[in-house]
Write a protein that binds this ligand. Structure first.
Ligand code: F6P
Length: 536
């Protein structure tokens, strides 16, 4: 199927985006789709009717509708780990039961949300407190899926914060926990240990350090620690009181876990009602994903455009540029969501996948990125498809002039990538600047922009909790669709294990200079140097 698509692309190699718009005045309208509060414009890519038809055919050919319903229905679609992938149940506002192994999980989901809400209300009202009084700060310790989502959402929803201050610590680098705890009051800080397994070494190391800090400073861990984990026994053993432990099932994957207890820190910051709005946004996107035809289905379209670029056009990465400072951590969040899910090279059938799988995802907020990597996007030798996000309004009406400039920059970039600047135009500019002869030509060539570079734009009215929920669910389903079409399991992550294992065996070598591990020449020399410099 990929060969056919590549052949189709060959027939369109010479197509120019500006010409496509010239040939079809309705292009923008035809290739812009609206769902919930999101408006997705894919018209500034080389997708046309024929390509779209060929791409949407991939959905049916790969049984996407059946796989999608299997996911929502709690089937064990994470086949390598024998688990369901049911994060959608955490935001299921319908009355429909969701069965796992024949049992409806919805009563537990609702109870869990109620428990989280009651706990959040108690913390926010001051009913739950530390030894020194009501909680002023929350330090949430976790990494990967137990950190990236809450960090991203906490920043995104800053205008809704009316709870204690939130701090996140993920890195095992002592600098992270040190800098975070500095200045906090150990008697008025609530500490959350977020770890699905409650074994992740970074998280447990930070948790032990923080417990010692609290004890030394007059706080009481038995009163001021909480945990979010699938392993309540380990959390209890660590000393977290049972009533402060929030569990979740193995059918919630780490990178999809923001919708349940892992999102509790966000709830502490913005309150249960706003958190519910976030969940409802996700539910709205689920409903759209389950009902819209593929050609109007935002997650499917996003996935198909992504596959067109990575698998058919051979573009190696895609850049996500939110023109929304509060989405500054969205690219990092998407890196885990997309790359941990679809960075695979073996198919569901255990055979090697031929061709590219998940693209490399990176990004920074606009306008900052413009002053860093946009040079390469405009004039570099490789095309990098861009994904822009932009809100019609900001939360600060008094700063509307800032927002106008922000939007103008977002639109200017996608336009500049598309229209470029010809050598003729560049020559005229160089002549106007006073250059003549050979120097004029040389200067002109440096000012040429090839243009014809694809981008998509996701626009929304305002970054509310509901809109954020829609955006996150949109990207989750995009990952799922890409995975189904690529024939891979998006829900396991064996690729993170080898490094963890080696790190565990290297710890003693760094400490004592020897251990039960074979070292290659490079690693041995680096260890010798680092031990030496550390005075060991
Ligand atoms: O990086 C691998 C990973 O297993 C992620 O999938 C997960 O989100 C993260 O580590 C944290 O795991 P845990 O929540 O068990 O501490």
């Amino acid at each position: 199927m990929w060969e056919d698509l590549k052949a189709l692309r060959q027939t369109k190699r010479k197509h120019n985006l500006v010409a496509l718009f010239g040939a079809d005045p309705a292009r923008a309208e035809r290739f812009t789709m609206q769902a919930c509060d999101l408006r997705l414009d894919i018209s500034k890519t080389h997708i046309d009717d024929e390509v779209l038809e060929a791409l949407t055919a991939l959905c049916d050919r790969n049984g996407l509708a059946e796989r999608r319903e299997a996911m929502f229905d709690g089937a064990k679609i994470n086949e390598t780990e024998g688990r369901a992938a049911l994060h959608t149940a955490l935001r299921n506002f319908s009355e429909e039961p969701v069965l796992v192994d024949g049992a409806d999980v919805m009563p537990d989901v609702r109870d869990s949300l109620e428990r989280m809400s009651a706990f959040a209300r108690d913390v926010r009202s001051g009913r739950l407190r530390g030894t020194g009084g009501s909680f002023t700060d929350v330090v949430s310790i976790g990494i990967g899926g137990s950190d990236l989502g809450p960090v991203m959402a906490t920043l995104a929803l800053a205008p809704y914060h009316d709870g204690p201050r939130l701090h996140y610590v993920s890195n095992v680098d002592g600098a992270h926990i040190f800098d975070t705890l500095k200045g906090l009051d150990p008697t008025r800080t609530l500490v959350n240990v977020a770890s699905k397994t409650f074994t992740t070494s970074e998280t447990m190391t930070n948790a032990h350090t923080t417990r010692a800090w609290m004890q030394a400073g007059g706080g009481d861990p038995a009163q001021q620690f909480m945990a979010i984990s699938s392993d309540a026994a380990r959390a209890t053993e660590f000393g977290v009181p049972l009533e402060h432990i929030f569990g979740f099932s193995d059918w919630v994957g780490g990178r999809f876990s923001i919708w349940g207890p892992i999102g509790l820190p966000v709830m502490l910051a913005v309150g249960p009602e706003h958190f519910r709005e976030f969940l409802h946004g996700g539910y709205q996107m689920d409903s759209h994903f389950r009902s819209a035809p593929w050609a109007e289905n935002l997650p499917a379209l996003l996935a198909l455009v992504g596959l067109w670029h990575s698998r058919v056009c051979g573009f190696r990465s895609r850049v996500v540029v939110p023109y929304d400072q509060r989405l500054a951590r969205l690219p990092a969040y998407l890196q885990q969501l997309e790359m941990e899910s679809n960075g695979k090279s073996v198919g569901m059938d255990g055979r090697p996948v031929r061709g590219a799988t998940g693209a490399i995802v990176w990004g920074e907020p606009g306008t900052n990125g413009q002053h860093a990597f946009f040079q390469l996007l405009h004039q570099g030798t490789q095309a990098v498809p861009c994904e822009f996000l932009v809100a019609a309004r900001g939360h600060e009406p008094e700063l509307a002039h800032h927002h106008r400039l922000l939007v103008a920059n977002c639109l200017a970039q996608s336009q500049a990538l598309m229209i470029g600047r010809s050598l003729r135009q560049a020559r005229a500019m160089a002549a106007e600047a006073g250059f003549t002869g050979v120097e004029q030509e040389r200067q002109a060539r440096h000012r040429v922009f090839p243009g014809n570079r694809p981008s998509i734009t996701l626009a929304y009215p305002l970054l509310t909790p509901g809109v954020l929920g829609q955006i996150v669910a949109l990207y989750e389903h995009r990952v799922f669709v890409e995975g189904v079409i690529l024939g891979i399991n998006s829900f396991d992550q064996f690729g993170v294990e080898l490094g963890k294992e080696i790190a565990t065996s290297l710890g003693p070598v760094l400490e004592h200079g020897h251990g039960d591990v074979e070292l290659d020449g490079s690693t041995a020399a680096l260890i010798a140097y680092l031990r030496d410099e550390a005075g060991k």
